[in-house]
Design a protein around this ligand. Structure first.
Ligand code: 13P
Ligand code: SF4
Length: 311
């Protein structure tokens, strides 16, 4: 495997040779973000995957994101540099248990966060991302009963904001769950003028201290437009790379975990993708996302609803 500048040059060569597009999430390493053709939040990456005319999508994110790309673009080859790049929210919602939960509440529709398996998408009525959830929920009639899963913190945030009741699946993101309120308050005391921007996957005791709550792209926009020069960022710290590129004169501080620093908030699944594995995935066109066609078509219905309702 080539190293350094040679590795970057080889990835570039393979990207052209394969007619590939590299889609990167904000939680990827800075070097992967920098060579991605497009960096975005889950909704933006889904849209790019649906629209691209490339033959190959190299998805630098986690597996449910790469699966979403395959559901929306079945004729493309979709590679994920490391097939073990899962997500704790997906793990918290086994399809058989979710099916039983749905069956126990036949008068509810299932509104599901995109951070779930293809099987759970197929069992859902509408998918949402953190950037589209409020807009989509507002389009569902008030009297309609709703199950929301798998993220209980995003679900709880939506309930508080909309005033609507929803039955919540008890899943959490281990990364956002790791922020410490005590340490955040200490950091705020050191930077009393600095606003806090938080992802809605954070627990309520973190959200309560946030001046802005939104998706990764929303937080990035807030960083660009906020008054002042220091921001406390309560989401996965790799997004700070984009903030430093966009507004280099401002200071961005990752919100701390219980140990007082933000390293415990690095997503261990996202971190499995490396430049070397990206190179190999473009060279070998493996590991490749494959799925049963009946399952794909069933999952596509709820994703298509999301794309319509979010537009
Ligand atoms: P975004 O849609 O905000 O990018 O969130 C994806 C994610 O996995 C957050 O943990
Ligand atoms: Fe899943 Fe959390 Fe990682 Fe996002 S940050 S991919 S929700 S484990």
């Amino acid at each position: 495997i080539p190293q350094g500048a040679d590795l970057r040059a080889e990835i570039d060569r393979l990207r052209k040779e394969r007619n590939a597009v590299i889609l990167g999430h904000y939680y990827q390493s800075p070097e992967i973000q920098d060579l991605s053709d497009f960096v975005g939040d889950s909704l933006e990456l889904s849209r790019k995957a649906a629209e691209t005319d490339a033959d190959v999508i190299a998805f630098c994110g986690v597996r449910f994101m790469a699966e979403t790309a395959k559901i929306l673009s079945p004729d493309k080859i979709v590679v994920l540099p490391d097939m073990d790049a899962g997500c704790s929210l997906e793990d918290s919602c086994p399809p058989a248990q979710f099916k039983a939960f749905r069956e126990a509440h036949p008068d509810h529709i299932a509104l599901s966060y995109i951070n779930c398996s293809t099987e759970v998408k197929a069992l859902s009525d509408v998918i949402v991302t953190s950037s589209s959830a409020e807009k989509i929920l507002a389009q569902i009639p008030k009297e309609q009963k709703i199950i929301f899963g798998p993220d209980k913190h995003l679900g709880g945030y939506l309930k508080r904001k909309s005033g609507r009741d929803m039955l919540l699946w008890p899943g959490v993101c281990i990364v956002h769950e790791a922020f410490s309120e005590t340490e955040l308050l200490k950091l705020k005391a050191q930077h009393p003028q600095a606003p806090v921007a938080a992802h809605p996957e954070c627990p309520p005791y973190i959200i309560d201290h946030a001046d802005y709550v939104g998706s990764t792209s929303g937080i990035l926009d807030f960083a660009k437009t906020m008054p002042g020069d220091t921001l406390i960022v309560a989401t996965e710290p790799h997004i700070i790379h984009q903030m430093e590129k966009a507004v280099p004169h401002k200071r961005f501080i990752g919100a701390p975990g219980a140990d007082g620093n933000c390293n415990c908030n690095i997503c261990p699944y996202m971190a499995l993708n490396t430049m070397e594995k990206l190179y190999l995935s473009l060279r070998d066109l493996q590991p490749r996302i494959e799925m049963d066609e009946t399952l794909r078509v069933a999952a596509k219905k709820s994703l298509d609803r999301m794309l319509e309702m979010a537009s």
